[in-house]
Design a binder for this molecule. Sequence first.
Ligand code: EPU
Length: 442
Amino acid sequence: MEKLVVEGGRPLIGSIPVSGAKNAALPILIATLVAPGEHRLGNIPDLADTSSTLSLLGRIGCPSLVNGVVRIDTSRVAFSEAPYDVVRKMRASVLVLGPLLARTGEAKVSLPGGCAIGTRPIDQHLKGLEALGCRFELSGGYIHGTVHDLRGADIHLDMPTVTGTENIVMAAVLARGTTRITNAAREPEVSDLCDFLVTLGAKIEGIGTSTLIIEGVPRLTPASRPYRIVPDRIEAGTYLCAAAATGGDVTLTGVDPKLMEATLAKLVEAGCDVRTTEDTIRLTRSRQLLPIKVRTEPFPGFPTDMQAQLMTLACFSKGTSTFEETIFENRYMHAAELLRMGADIQHAGRVATVRGNPPLKGAAVMASDLRASAALVIAGLAAEGITEVLRIYHLDRGYENLVGKLRAVGARIARVSDTVQDPAKLKAALDDLGPSVAPAEA
Ligand code: EPU
């Protein structure tokens, strides 16, 4: 296995290109199942999760070719199943439920179970699909769904679940009649999925609002032009936090600032100077960071996927910041690791208080989930000395070429085998400007 070694204390300066959004790419790759034929998708990020999704589609019988643009051939569906070994690695596999039921009348998906950030049930996905006429049985850890007559229905979600809304929409586009989803998720990634489905011939009104009205059609067909995925607002926000924490000056390119208003507002509140154009964001931070108040909410509120990164930033501010995590019940795993670097964080239930206490000091820390890992990288970039971030497979799930992008703006960061302990070898990896992997120690 590998770890990241980071030497902190250098302001990040320069430009970072933002990749396509992971959380739009995954449902859109899976949504190709609803329209038999060859699809072409652009701006799909090169991530462990996108590879897992393509291999899941391959197991279903839909081969793909990645060559800049991703081509997927969904002419034939051979198996309607997402097995445990895939779902275990990537919860988003549960998104095959809606499209497979709509396409073949059957789907078998391993129940995802809880994960590091919470229990994450899928009751709303099932409730919505049942309203469309699907029936489910649980057996051997698998949800087995069948449907004979997929028909539109009115569905009110108990909470605006992102993948729940997506699962229901992907079935409803092929249902007989009209489906009305109220309290639907409004995240830009949900809108991107809906926009993609419209290019296949789906009829969806209210995209971007909390009421989606879907008029089912008998069949959908691949679009003649490649569809381009929206930029990743969470990747973008992560690099802005890194720039802010290090007192840097970074310009993001290929980004959509309109999707990031809540995050940008918090960075301004923290004392950063943020300037935007239609597709760039420049952040400079030349003064002391200020404390912030963060409450996570569904879009357009402040995203839970940025909470950990902002908490790291708060550690470098002067004063007391407060956080309230309202989406997931267990999303402060990064706090304990930040404490190991000298942070002053207290949390009880969903509320955390951060007393800005610069400077943090480098340490070996363990990542528990994707965004927690990103928060620890930011901490390492701004801390004194060397930080080692272990279990970086989480980062590979969601950040394309993280090390390369950060090095290009002056970060001292390298990927090394986690058997490397010798400080001289770690330093050599940081000094090496070439491929950043140090050999394993015998
Ligand atoms: N919930 C239920 N029942 C359901 C569905 C959700 O109780 O049937 C609860 C969840 O337990 C949670 C809340 O509703 O407390 C919201 O969860 P949601 O379903 O919206 O989350 P998700 O769809 O599983 C997606 C992203 C997450 C992101 C959340 C919230 C994808 C693939 N994942 O998850 O992304 O945090 O929405 O915005 O789109 C990440 O990228 O690091 C990540 C975790």
